[in-house]
Design a protein. Structure first.
Length: 182
């Protein structure tokens, strides 16, 4: 999918109202296609970005665990844009290619118990299939605050995946990393 296939024009920094142009600065997040799409509603884009930042620090998850949760959501709903974006971020957080391949196969066996519970729970939030045992397993290896934050994080990335799909937002850089990256 190319920029021309997007359902809404991808805005540039200069096309945003002046009060919101800073949101496209590199020290914020830069001009990702996601933001170029939702920039048509700059106030909502700003709130979306602030909310995502707040969720990043909700609960007691490491960067690696957050990336495992996000990748699990992306895989659960087959969100190519989100998967593509978080493959590199996951690798920077210590997730190996073999672990990415396992996530893509929905195989959590290579992961320790805490990470398994986090990944299973995030996937279930995305699929709308959270059960008492999944919730309790996640609380057991973390705590209630962390599971609530994880629930909100997974829900945020599920919503993001739906927005990306509805607006047909093209993957940044053009070519999908693949479900099993090389």
């Amino acid at each position: 999918m190319s920029r021309d296939d997007a359902r809404v024009p991808l805005l540039t920094q200069e096309e945003l109202p002046e009060d919101y142009q800073y949101l496209f600065d590199e020290d914020v997040l830069g001009e990702l296609n996601l933001f170029q799409s939702i920039g048509h509603v700059p106030r909502a884009m700003q709130a979306y970005m602030r909310y995502g930042t707040a969720l990043w620090n909700a609960g007691d998850l490491s960067t690696r665990e957050r990336e495992l949760a996000i990748l699990s959501v992306a895989r659960a709903v087959r969100a190519r844009y989100e998967w593509h974006q978080h493959v590199e971020l996951g690798q920077k957080a210590g997730i190996t290619i073999d672990e990415l391949a396992a996530i893509a196969r929905d195989d959590d066996c290579p992961f320790p118990e805490r990470e398994q519970a986090i990944m299973r729970y995030a996937s279930a939030v995305a699929a709308g299939t959270v059960t008492d045992p999944l919730f309790e397993a996640a609380v057991e290896v973390t705590d209630t605050e962390t599971v609530v934050g994880l629930t909100m994080l997974a829900g945020h990335y599920l919503m993001t995946a739906r927005v990306l799909s509805a607006l047909a937002v093209p993957i940044d850089g053009g070519e999908f990393a693949g479900w099993i990256p090389e």
